[in-house]
Design a protein around this ligand. Structure first.
Ligand code: NDP
Length: 253
């Protein structure tokens, strides 16, 4: 059993690391997808890379969740179920839908993502499995749960439907990149990334605890710089890219 004090010391360090990573990612572009380069060492097939780097978080989270001694009430099972719902899509559906055309990503990205997923799976699994206080059934009527679950499903819808809209751009065996149109794409370059940030912010609100907020913070730390990279790339790649589109937050950034 890890003492609560030690757990929180690690968690504070983990949160501080998210801030550092955010600042680093504002300066470097992570080379996968449209930014893929082979300057980060040996490469792996894109689809396999996605599958391998995302699978462990579901296993680690479940391991710590179910082995933990905390009494688990219905709200905690809902947090668990929603986490798994997202990762079922990310592990078993998304990688098999991408039209990868032989694209590769560096193994180093897979290793870095594994580090993130192991840590995130541990912090949240151990918290909800062992350390978390009891959530009574009445938690379902708290403002945190109600606002959180609305945000979670709104974000999930935006994330999955926008990912699918991007994948549809290569329907019919097409290759390369196209300017996406429709729905939130008229306002921002990366609605899929915005959806993911909204989703985990909602999950953090529902859980109302530091480990869940650390996940939301890490998601934003990863995806805000990535959306800025995508946005700059669109402007370089397409001279006629719509000038009034923002990167991630409509009308703001
Ligand atoms: P992208 O938007 O870069 O790409 C999504 C898919 O659509 C890729 O297969 C990409 O192809 C394709 N695509 C994107 N834009 C175009 C276009 N203009 N024309 C044709 N095809 C296009 O997303 P990411 O790869 O960065 O992320 C994928 C998912 O993973 C997202 O849902 C994101 O939220 C999630 N994610 C979550 C993280 C977290 O910290 N929670 C971290 C990173 C990602 P290609 O690969 O060839 O570019």
């Amino acid at each position: 059993m890890i003492p609560e004090k030690l757990f929180f010391q690690f968690l504070y360090a983990w949160i501080a690391l998210a801030v550092v990573i955010f600042l680093v990612l504002l300066r470097i572009t992570v080379p996968y997808g449209r930014h893929s380069r082979n300057t980060w060492g040996p490469m792996v097939n894109n689809r396999l890379g996605w599958f391998l780097m995302e699978l462990p978080v579901a296993i680690i989270f479940s391991w710590f969740f179910f082995r933990g001694s905390a009494e688990k009430s219905a709200p905690v099972y809902v947090f668990y179920g929603l986490f798994m719902l997202h990762y079922f899509n990310r592990i078993f559906i998304f990688p098999f839908r991408i039209r990868e055309n032989g694209k590769q990503m560096p193994w180093l990205i897979v290793l870095l993502a594994l580090f993130f997923n192991f840590s995130n799976g541990f912090f949240n699994g151990y918290w909800f499995g062992t350390l978390s206080p009891h959530y009574p059934i009445s938690w379902f009527w708290s403002w945190q749960f109600i606002v959180g679950i609305i945000l979670f499903f709104t974000g999930m819808y935006i994330n999955i439907s926008s990912d699918q809209a991007l994948l549809n751009l290569r329907k019919g065996g097409k290759k390369g990149y196209y300017i996406p149109h429709g729905a939130l794409f008229e306002k921002i370059s990366s609605p899929n990334l915005l959806g993911e940030i909204i989703e985990w912010t909602g999950w953090a609100l529902m859980g109302w605890c530091l480990p869940a907020f650390s996940f939301a913070l890490w998601t934003a730390a990863n995806l805000i710089p990535r959306a800025l990279d995508h946005h700059r790339w669109y402007h370089r790649y397409f001279p006629d890219y719509p000038k009034d589109r923002k990167a991630l937050f409509p009308g703001v950034l």
